[in-house]
Design a protein around this ligand. Structure first.
Ligand code: ADP
Ligand code: MG
Length: 557
């Protein structure tokens, strides 16, 4: 009988490895940029077309490769960086498995142009190597600029299964920007240029750490930062943390580098948060750019190349060091941690249609306002007490037909209204007298630019205001202007592309800055009754309940 067991061929082995190392266009960019950094480049130019699906190219002026190395580098486990397993643990370079290039070449049309520096020669003898799906098509010598250029076209063209699992183009584009942004933050001494679809996204000259943070994350963000520095035996921490007023709903503004590698560490994120103590709302996350330098043998670096999560062998020491360094930065006498700054011009009144200008009085006479089938008795905080004559065609839950006073959750009702309008792309929109200014990081800006039409469909009208800044000019009329920045940020953070759902969620979590008037409450209820599903908000919670006389009696017992 013929043998069933077969040794996989080299091509298949590489494609399997590619599944581990190369999961998205951004991971290709990451590997190539890491190689350029390792090669001692002082300038790296990254280009991508069609979110990296069509083309990714990374050009550097690093040390380049000789003719033989150019051929060797695309072999699996070919690396100039480690010789033994021990080297893995004392790793100074970025990549270390010698798998990236062979993996990338196996799932794309791959071109390598490289030459070593020859003093006094501008275009030394170099090599051109071309592969398709891992097979060498061309290997020849030619004169070219010193350094290395790698071009990756038609990524995953021969692996349909992987192509299917690609994320959205918007997400891939912003991941590419994020990867370059992180490398650029970690290596301010290198100039970075990023070109997306022939348009220059940014060009950052070699700079100091501070200047690079300003370039990459915006001067708005930079001005919120407080410098951190501390050294604890073999551990050295420096960088910046944002004042508590610049907190974020997610961990999106946390940039951590361990020995200059961009990494994620829950332990560090928690330690930083702990340092803020009660100055930070527990549901918010601090923003920071922190560099931790530690002997390589004290970190368990990602053994899986895609996982940027690290663990520390001296985790408690690292944590206490961080808490100490960050809290003394935040709360030392020289650092002023101020109250939240209202970013909207005070002249602007949101929701003018609905909202009275002065805060609601503590006591209002008990005169119900009656319009058609809705009578509002009172509005306390976010609850509306009312009597409602349900329209006949509406299927009303039994509970609500009992005798008693109806209580409507205003937040949930708004969530329903905003959701329905946004989902039907029929948002009633209010123009903002004073547009809301939003400053983003470059990766967020790239993502937002792609999401602009979707946001506009949902009633949020934004316009470009410089590379990483935007102006919100109109919002759905049920929302307050003060909510909009957080909404836009959550849309960016949460990878949620169902914007209607995002808006609905925002309605429920935001604090309103003005009390709801009875007229506004009535308007909301009448709109609500006209919805298809007036009793359940988009997240599935009830919007209306009833307080019966029996329940009241019990309370008075
Ligand atoms: P690794 O980075 O883990 O060594 P790679 O597959 O990424 O594995 O690269 C293989 C080898 O090719 C590297 O060790 C390096 O010697 C060479 N190489 C890759 N990219 C460059 C570059 N941009 N400049 C110079 N040499 C490079
Ligand atoms: Mg590498």
């Amino acid at each position: 009988m013929a043998s069933k067991i077969r040794v996989l061929d080299e091509k298949t082995i590489n494609q399997i490895a590619a599944g581990e190392v190369i999961e998205s266009p951004a991971s290709v960019v990451k590997e190539l940029v890491d190689n350029s950094i390792d090669a001692g480049a002082t300038k790296i130019v990254i280009q991508a077309q069609n979110s990296g699906r069509q083309l990714i190219s990374v050009q550097d002026n690093g040390q380049g490769m000789g003719h033989d190395d150019a051929l060797l580098c695309i072999e699996r486990h070919a690396t100039s960086k480690i010789r033994t397993l021990d080297d893995l643990w004392s790793l100074a370079t970025m990549g270390f498995r010698g798998e990236a290039l062979s993996s990338i070449a196996s799932v794309s049309d791959f071109k390598l142009l490289t030459a070593e520096h020859v003093p006094g020669v501008e275009q030394p003898e170099g090599s051109l190597l071309q592969l398709s799906g891992g097979k060498i098509q061309l290997h020849k010598q030619l004169k070219c600029l010193a350094g290395t250029t790698i071009e990756v076209k038609s990524l995953f063209h021969n692996v349909p299964a992987r192509r299917k699992f690609l994320k959205s183009p918007a997400k891939d584009a912003s991941d590419i920007v994020k990867v370059v942004l992180q490398s650029a933050l970690a290596h301010p001494e290198i100039a970075f240029e990023l070109v997306l679809n022939h348009q220059r996204e940014f060009f950052w000259q070699a700079a100091t750490e501070q200047e690079r943070i300003k370039d990459a994350l915006g001067s708005d963000f930079f001005s919120e930062l407080v410098p951190v520095e501390g050294s604890f035996e073999e551990l050295f921490i420096h960088g910046f943390v944002a004042k508590p007023t610049f907190s974020r709903p997610t961990r999106s503004h946390q940039y951590l580098f361990v020995n200059r590698r961009p990494v994620v560490s829950l332990a560090v994120a928690q330690a930083v948060k702990e340092a803020y103590g009660s100055s930070l709302d527990p549901s918010r996350h601090p923003a920071f750019v922190l560099f931790v330098d530690i002997p390589p043998d004290a970190v368990d670096v990602n053994v899986h190349p895609q996982k940027r999560e690290v663990r520390f062998s001296l985790e408690d020491r690292v944590k206490s060091g961080i808490v100490q360094a960050v809290s003394s930065a935040l709360f030392s006498r020289h650092t002023q941690v101020e109250k939240p700054i209202e970013r909207l011009a005070p002249a602007f009144l949101p929701m003018q249609e609905y909202i009275q200008q002065t805060p609601q009085k503590a006591y209002e006479p008990f005169i119900p306002t009656v319009v058609q089938n809705v009578s509002v008795f009172a509005v306390c905080q976010d609850y509306i007490f009312a009597a409602i004559d349900w329209p006949q065609q509406l299927e009303v839950p039994q509970e609500l037909l009992q005798e008693g006073v109806l209580v409507v959750s205003a937040k949930r009702a708004l969530a329903r209204l905003v959701y329905d309008e946004a989902a039907k792309r029929k948002s009633s929109v209010q123009n903002l007298l004073v547009p809301v200014f939003i400053e983003l990081s470059s990766d967020e800006a790239a993502r937002l630019r792609i999401l602009l039409p979707k946001l506009e469909d949902a009633g949020i009208h934004l316009s470009d205001f410089g590379k990483t800044s935007f102006l919100v000019q109109a919002i759905p009329s049920y929302l307050e202007a003060s909510m909009v920045e957080d909404i836009v940020r959550s849309v960016l953070d949460e990878e949620v592309e169902d914007i209607s759902r995002m808006l609905a969620k925002a309605c429920k979590t935001q604090k309103r800055t003005h009390a709801l008037t009875k007229d506004a409450a009535e308007h909301i209820i009448k709109k609500l009754i006209a919805c298809d599903a007036p009793f359940i908000c988009p997240a599935g919670d009830k919007i209306v309940t009833v307080v019966t006389p029996q329940e009241l009696e019990k309370k008075f017992r």
